[in-house]
Design a binder for this molecule. Sequence first.
Ligand code: ATP
Length: 298
Amino acid sequence: MDVIEINHITKDYGQKRGVFDVCFSVKEGEVLGFLGPNGAGKTTTIRQLMGFIKPDSGSLSILGRDCFREAGRIQESLGYLPGEIAFIDSMSGMEFIRFVGKMKKMKNLGRAEELMDMFELNPSGKLKKMSKGMKQKIGIVCAFMNPAADTFILDEPTGGLDPLMQNRFVELILSEKKRGKTILMSSHMFEEIERTCDRAAIIRKGKLVAVEEMEKLKEGRKKIIEVTFREAAMAEAFAAEVPKASYQIGGKRVTAEVGKNLDSFIKKAGAYTVVDLELRTQSLEEFFMHFYGEGAEQ
Ligand SMILES: Nc1ncnc2c1ncn2[C@@H]1O[C@H](COP(=O)(O)OP(=O)(O)OP(=O)(O)O)[C@@H](O)[C@H]1O
């Protein structure tokens, strides 16, 4: 069953800004990563899901309710983490968490306490004196504090968090996923997407360019081979024989993408004196650049 449905939405801000005919859905119990470069339209899409802005055309729904008309009802069982959180600066972190708890009509803050422990957050200080990372932790606590929430929408959830806390965040997502929660999250962090998501939706210049199973994206990554020869002349001669090989002028190293051609690549290299050989898999980030780059619409 699709929990979050985005049906051909367009929000046109002019000068090719906005989102155009975006269409995808998030299934029950799925974690979907929403990826794209700066200004691609991730936040614009998320704001429409939250009912903050109305699409020019198309529609969005969460659990069958229209995101714009029924935003209030939807939010009762939704956890939301905005990209930029508007805090009431005069409050302490704890006062803010209590305030959000009250808005969510929560009877106790047990889950919030657990999350504060998990993220090693001391919320007693004033918000205006808190670092970006601390504020982000407060945002995470507020987004996940309602145990009754079944759907989560997270806009750049780990912005400002250090690597240790990014790891805690990945653990939190995996545990919520185990509980069957449905999660849509936008991110620039390829590692956290790779570790948490079932599928990824990729947006570029306001248009969706791909929605793919994570496993399939991982399989699609190329292998990169780097061979170092004894002499630069050997590297040059070898690079000329291999399509898609890159060779730095004057260098001894040749870098190439390999797939089915691995065997012929090795045999050709074997005709020269090889002093070092390295094989690595393209990172997810390198792989996504192919969707982000020029000509990605094709
Ligand atoms: N209220 C608005 N009025 C005019 N243009 C807007 C408005 N909101 C967003 N835009 C433009 O729409 C485009 C998409 O912006 P959006 O914030 O959705 O991108 P994003 O993918 O979330 O990027 P980032 O990763 O930088 O947050 C940008 O060109 C932005 O300048």
